[in-house]
Each structure stands twice: as structure tokens, then as C-alpha cells.
Design a binder for this molecule. Structure first.
Ligand code: FES
Length: 67
């Protein structure tokens, strides 16, 4: 499933990034480019990362809301 349409990033790629050490949305942005264009994928990408980290038993950083 596509999580970020603008950058054509899938949930599988996010899981792989998590397995490779991505811990935050910022890491996904750097590694995969998610949220770089329209930004609408932020919450979905974060949820996908959280699920991947939960499956790996790693702690999850909370998504910071924009002020
Ligand atoms: S859907 Fe990810 S930046 Fe637009």
C-alpha cells in the first residue's frame, strides 16, 4: 500500500526502514522522502513506523504536532 503518494513510498519500505534503524518521522523523511512534498502522509507514515517498531519491540517516539 502506498503511504506517500508524492514520493511513491509504500508501507513495506517504511517497515524496511524501521528494520534498518529509522526511529522517527524525520528519519523516514531523510531516508525515503516522505512528507517532503504535500505532507499529507505524515500521520499515516508515523502510524506505519509505530506499528513496525511495535512488531520489533522497540520504543516509539510520539509524533509532534505542528503549533
Ligand atoms: S503524500 Fe507524502 S508528501 Fe505528499
Amino acid at each position: 500500500m502506498y503511504v506517500c503518494v508524492c514520493k511513491a513510498v509504500t508501507d513495506t519500505q517504511i517497515r524496511e526502514a524501521a528494520q534498518g534503524g529509522a526511529r522517527t518521522l524525520k528519519d523516514l523523511r531523510r531516508d525515503l522522502g516522505v512528507t517532503r512534498d504535500c505532507g499529507r502522509c505524515a500521520s499515516c507514515a508515523h502510524e506505519c513506523l509505530r506499528e513496525a517498531q511495535g512488531q520489533m519491540g522497540k520504543p516509539v517516539k510520539a509524533l509532534r504536532k505542528a503549533a
